[in-house]
Design a protein around this ligand. Structure first.
Ligand code: ADP
Ligand code: MG
Length: 256
């Protein structure tokens, strides 16, 4: 029996962790999100899919306030993202994000990548941050690489470091934006394995991915987007077995 990857979530299973209500966003004149509404319950894993340009990345960036939006409301663990009173750095510290390109600090060791933000943002002591960092590296199978620089690791290893780095902040939710799309095929599995384990430990997750095997294995729900709209938002089995919209049927027929 191994220790879980994350601290246990608060016992109140159920309860909304992310509420997205009628969110619309424009880049200049171009509307890229149109009245998007969905909610993610504590401990739930929601896979977001849809064609390129449909607004998936933009929606995730709105959730952790990397992008502003003009209409609607997003609430993360009770905090309103678009409220002037909200402390955005504090909000972002509670929302872990993993991107397609790992964006590790190239000049820092793997371990220092994991301890920097907990020390600077959360005020953890060096000893405490180091211990937590080493625990997380062990959990993603990278203990032997703590003192290397990111450039010395494979893409799959770097992405596992990026996941561990996000977890080092003890986030209440994790957002993944196509975390395996930039990887060589033989490295996809090791990253998905870490994500599967995280899901099984009860982490609340929104995952943009085209890995439908992952979706089938761990998703509770699938949100399908097209042209800035949430077209389907249904239980996983309903999405794969009987997608209602023609757009989702076409999308699935192309990628499955
Ligand atoms: P997806 O992640 O589903 O591929 P995105 O959220 O990246 O889609 O993009 C949605 C739409 O917003 C696309 O039409 C894209 O061209 C546009 N877009 C994304 N980022 C910007 C930006 N910084 N400025 C202008 N348009 C953007
Ligand atoms: Mg994208």
């Amino acid at each position: 029996m191994t220790a879980p990857l994350t601290s246990p979530q608060p016992p109140a299973a159920g309860g909304t962790m992310i509420a997205i209500e009628a969110v619309s966003k424009w880049y200049g004149e171009v509307r890229v999100l149109s009245g998007c509404s969905t909610a993610v319950t504590r401990g739930e894993v929601v896979v977001v899919c849809g064609p390129s340009g449909s607004g998936k990345s933009t929606l995730l960036k709105c959730v952790n306030a990397l992008e502003p939006f003009q209409e609607g409301q997003i609430t993360v663990d009770g905090t309103r993202v678009r409220d002037k009173a909200t402390n955005l750095p504090r909000l972002r510290a509670r929302v872990g994000m993993v991107f397609q390109h790992f964006e590790l600090f190239p000049h820092l060791s793997v371990l220092d990548n994991l301890t920097l933000a907990p020390r600077k943002v959360l005020g953890r002591s060096k000893a405490e941050a180091t211990q937590r960092g080493l625990d997380l590296l062990a959990r993603v199978g990278l203990s032997a690489h703590a003192h290397k620089h990111p450039g010395q690791l494979s893409g799959g290893q770097q992405q596992r470091v990026a996941i561990a780095r996000a977890l080092a902040m003890d986030p209440v939710v994790m957002l993944f934006d196509e975390p395996t799309s930039a990887l060589d095929p033989e490295m996809v599995g090791e990253v998905l394995d870490v994500m599967v384990e995280l899901a099984r430990d009860g982490m609340t997750m929104m995952v943009v991915t085209h890995e439908m095997g992952f979706a089938r294995k761990v998703a509770d729900r699938v949100v399908f987007m097209d042209r800035g709209e949430i077209v389907e938002d249904v239980a996983k089995d309903a999405f794969f077995d009987r997608p209602r919209s023609e757009r989702a049927q076409q999308f699935l027929s192309r990628i499955l």
